[in-house]
Design a protein around this ligand. Structure first.
Ligand code: ZN
Ligand code: ZN
Length: 92
């Protein structure tokens, strides 16, 4: 486990301390926000994994808290520009 580049898992950074996290166990579900505990500052932040239906690109959004998570309907794919989510139910 010393070859970091062979890790194809998703990577994202803690919005508080910038510590890089890696979804090596693939615990994140596409379109479903999840709480993630940072190994750097040991605090929890919110991770949302979005997947482009057109080109398959994955986008990871991080936020300090669930209520600060961005509206997935406003996110567009960085690769093809496709809107990532048509209608997601955002519980309020
Ligand atoms: Zn952190
Ligand atoms: Zn795309």
């Amino acid at each position: 486990m010393d070859d970091v580049d062979s890790c194809c898992a998703l990577r994202f950074a803690c919005p508080r301390c910038g510590e890089e996290a890696c979804d090596e166990y693939e615990v994140l579900d596409s379109m479903a926000p999840a709480a993630w505990r940072c190994e750097g500052c040991t605090r929890v932040f919110d991770v949302l994994l979005l997947c482009c239906e057109r080109c398959g690109a994955e986008v990871v959004s991080t936020a300090l808290a669930r209520r600060e998570q961005l509206d997935a309907r406003l996110v567009r794919c960085a690769s093809c520009g496709e809107q990532l989510v048509g209608d997601v139910e955002v519980p309020e």
